[in-house]
Ligand binder design. Structure first.
Ligand code: ZN
Length: 141
């Protein structure tokens, strides 16, 4: 690999043991979050126990994929080289219908159209053989 391509390489998530089922699901283009067996709270990001009640009994369940735009920011340089080359790079927080929030990216919405509570639905961006990122697009789009 050339030095140039290493510098330009897109930073990707480290797949930890606790998050592995999430990434296995995204490979299948399925969005899952953890549910607590004790209090039924849906949570994301993945944890070893429930952030609401502390119970260790968590199961992964598919969610609807429906969400609303909760907040966003637009990143400008200085950034890591991959993102600097593509700046400005919007970063969004979405709130899933089931409650948890995720940091993600919108794939088909110009920044000027961003609005609080904009209805969204999940999509997947295949990066390589192992990783598919969760992104969002306009609902019904
Ligand atoms: Zn709980």
């Amino acid at each position: 690999m050339s030095e140039h391509s290493m510098i330009e390489a897109r930073p990707l998530p480290d797949i930890t043991d606790v998050a592995a089922p999430f990434w296995e699901a995204t490979r299948r283009h399925e969005l899952v979050v953890q549910y607590c067996a004790a209090c039924n709270t849906a949570q994301f990001p993945p944890e070893v126990s429930c952030t609401e009640c502390g119970a260790p009994d968590l199961t992964w369940r598919p969610v609807s994929g429906r969400a609303r735009l909760y907040s966003w920011t637009v990143a400008h340089p200085p950034l890591l080289p991959y993102f600097a080359a593509r700046a400005p790079w919007p970063v969004v927080a979405v709130e899933l219908e089931e409650g948890p929030r995720m940091v993600s990216r919108l794939i088909d919405v110009p920044i000027d159209d961003y609005a609080f509570d904009l209805p969204l639905e999940v999509a997947f961006e295949d990066i390589d053989e192992e990783i598919s990122l969760v992104v969002f697009k306009r609902a019904g789009g």
